[in-house]
Design a protein around this ligand. Sequence first.
Ligand code: S3P
Length: 169
Amino acid sequence: MKNIVLTGFMGTGKTEVGRELSNMLGWELIDVDEEIVKSKKMSINDLFSQLGEPVFRDIETDMIRAVAAHKKSIISTGGGAVLRQENIDVLRESGIIVCLTASPETILKRTGSNDERPLLKAENQLEKIKELLDFRKSFYKKADIVIDTEPKSPRLIAEEIIERVKWQS
Ligand code: S3P
């Protein structure tokens, strides 16, 4: 089986579903943001505020390239990773791309209390989420498999992913 690559907007459950997949398959879970934080010794907030988003995106692309070389892995990407076609090409070479989706309201509930997402620092967070989702929807659609996380637990979503990935590997 090829790697499983999780994409999707912030708060769609990539980390939780990634953990389930990792436990179920006994594969390593690689979180691209966590790898960036470890390697740069800076938080995502500091990377955005001190270096700016374009530099963060370059670092993200380099990290995606590095982790894509791993085998038998679940690769969980940041919500903006799909904005660069180059990232999608590298990730598709490495694995099956699964995009998790949720409604703006659910995303707000899941991300609201967390201030570690620089792009969601806005007066009206729901509007900001809707605006970003609208801009990004065509990018998220490029995934091989799209799964609505709304009605399901991370465990059920992970089971569905494994079932569907089997047929595409
Ligand atoms: C981002 C999503 C974040 C992180 C950064 C930018 C985005 O990751 O990479 O704050 O552009 O959507 P999560 O999706 O894991 O929150």
